[in-house]
Design a protein. Sequence first.
Length: 200
Amino acid sequence: MEFSEVVRRRRMIRHYSDKPLAPEVTERILASALRAPSAGFSQGWAFLALTDPADRARFWPFVPTRVEKTPTMQDAPLVVVPLAHKAAYLARYAEPDKGWEDRAEARWPAPYWCIDTGMASLLMLLTAVDEGLAACFFGIMPEQLQPFRAEFGVPDEYDPIGGITVGYRAEDVPEQSGRVAERRRGVGDVVHRGQWGRHD
């Protein structure tokens, strides 16, 4: 599939069939995340991949809103929880070639550990589309994070930034609302050329 078509087709799909994924497809999706950029090549990320039905069943209680609103998300055969590891970035930039002698978080203009993990997540979403699959990124509410960590043994220094479902789109998924196209902002609305407020 042409890359432009992958980008055009990317949607957040919340309704899945229970058709399983071939293991090699799952591995390609997960491996694509490792090609994301990371500040200082820190690679401060980890990914909890849930493919066993019992493991996926353990996950869904931590996103009750998703279960309530879109229960067929639970049919997705792959759930990935991307985890950001801030300490890896603070340690990397305290190394001699970076020149920061401390690990002060205040030096960072933005939390690149979350940004980079988000980029890795997007690569998984795009790879899913390229494989002819559907995918969705969704949040995990703050009050669920510690119980989630405890259930899956995730260390406190790893921060879940959300969850990703991947699978085959259910056949009876309703068509995307026309309001989505109406609400989509165009290049002329968001790109400022040379000066804020200049759009042409």
